[in-house]
Design a protein around this ligand. Structure first.
Ligand code: DO4
Ligand code: MG
Length: 273
């Protein structure tokens, strides 16, 4: 079942039908240890329709964090972009270290939802989307759902110096989530595909795909590191890293559209502004 946040409230979609929820916010749901059965129970209730134009980012008061260098492809890209700054070794070491790279990505009110624009930094010359599986973790550190994320990044800024990472990653409209949250008690299968298409004009300027089998770390392992000596009273969203990086010659342009799909979850579409 997929949970959506819309301009008129929360709804759940299951097997082609859409049901209204009486709970008003994701905060009310995420604190429930019986979340799955609570949502399953709504399926006896009032049905409605889902209008794509009314979708909002599926978030309440949750912080948004991100993991990095969790795929070999990301390790290679980071090492290449930072080699002149002597940063290559750091990325190699974090890929194989026990402790993962985790960084703060966004406050909830800055998250961009489906069909809203993602942004480019005005002082960046090399910008890319990062299509990522996102886990929704409850306050007890249990993964209760999955959504799609775009960890928009300024590769030239990060490449100049790894200490510039927050500037490369956290800026106006740099984080998109949605369209909905797959609520499930089961882990996603390794064959789950993540794909991206970047449309420029009427053609694809870049497309690529990977699967969760390529991810070096398990989402639960990332969640446990994130929750060490931290409290998240309303849970947390965690982007789990990118396994797809466009060629070095590619940079996003205003007017492009980013389309990210994950099997079983949906398609997150955002124009670039
Ligand atoms: O180390 C920098 C960030 C990498 C990242 O965001 C990713 O691998 O997805
Ligand atoms: Mg990333």
């Amino acid at each position: 079942m997929i949970l959506y946040r819309t301009t008129s409230g929360l709804v759940v979609e299951h097997e082609g039908k859409v049901y209204e929820l009486k709970e008003r916010s994701i905060d009310e749901l995420i604190v429930r240890s019986d979340l799955h059965s609570l949502l399953a129970g709504t399926m006896k209730g009032v049905t409605t329709t889902l209008d794509e134009a009314n979708l909002l980012a599926p978030i309440g008061s949750q912080e948004v964090w991100a993991a990095g260098v969790t795929y070999l492809r990301s390790r290679a890209a980071r090492m290449a972009e930072s080699k002149d700054a002597g940063g290559g070794d750091f990325y190699d070491r974090v890929y194989s270290a026990e402790r993962p790279e985790l960084f703060f990505k966004s406050l909830p009110h800055k998250v961009v939802g489906p069909n809203a624009s993602v942004g480019l930094r005005s002082d960046a010359t090399w910008s890319v989307p990062e299509p990522e599986l996102v886990v929704l973790i409850n306050p007890e550190c249990r993964i209760v759902g999955y959504t799609i994320g775009n960890d928009m990044s300024s590769r030239d800024i990060e490449g100049q110096n790894p200490l510039y990472l927050p500037q490369a990653k956290v800026y106006h409209r740099s984080c998109a989530l949605g369209p909905g949250i797959l609520i499930t008690e089961r882990a996603l299968v390794p064959e789950t595909r993540i794909s991206i298409e970047i449309v420029r004009g009427s053609a694809a300027a870049f497309s690529g795909e990977t699967t969760l089998a390529q991810m070096k770390r398990r989402p639960q392992e990332l969640a446990e590191y994130l929750y060490r000596d931290q409290t998240f009273p309303f849970g947390c969203f965690l982007l789990t890293g990118t396994g797809i990086v466009p060629p070095d010659s590619f940079t996003l342009e205003r007017g492009d559209t980013v389309r990210i799909g994950i099997d079983g979850i949906g398609l997150l579409v955002n124009p670039v502004e």
